[in-house]
Design a binder for this molecule. Sequence first.
Ligand code: PGA
Length: 216
Amino acid sequence: MKYFIANWKANKNLKDAKEWADIFIKKANIGNKNLTVIICPPYPLIFSLNEKFKNIKNIFIGSQDVSMYEEGSYTGETSAKTMVGITTYGIIGHSERRKYFSETNNILFKKYEMTKKYEIEPIFCVRDEKDPIPESARFIAYEPVYAIGSGINEPAEKTVEMKKKLKIKKNNIFIYGGSVNEKNAIDYLHTNEIDGFLVGKVSLDPNRFADLVNLS
Ligand code: PGA
């Protein structure tokens, strides 16, 4: 199984999202393939995308973050409890959250526990081997900071070395992210060590993201 995770970050509005979905459905060859596509849009677009993809069994919706709080007086937060029945996956610990929103390991572990409690599958991001990973994490996304949005992806061999340093277990799902595109992705797939990709910039273009998904 290969995983293709689109992280739209703070991009797109309702009109863009609908257009994106229409093009992607036409162009991506997902039918009976052994792959999972996870789209992580800004929260207000989730409902409309769920509607668009409701009849496609291997496309899922994820959130880009999850609150560390369960519920209550936390203006602006979206909790895992709220996301039940709406999203299947949740990204936790993206380096942009760590950097711009001062999310510490302690906060990220609380967020992780919330997703587990409400049966949302966490995709736990780390920047290198110094970032601790929750013991029971299944999806681990390795994203070296220098490679994010820079156009300089980490060579596949180095990513495989990092997989060892991170002590990724056999039953883990190891995701690489950082300037992945429809050309360089094949290098990672050839190693047979990388289970999928977390994709920022290229995922904003439905044609390019479909080309990437069609590599598997
Ligand atoms: P990028 O972003 O593909 O634009 O490098 C990846 C990410 O931030 O998840």
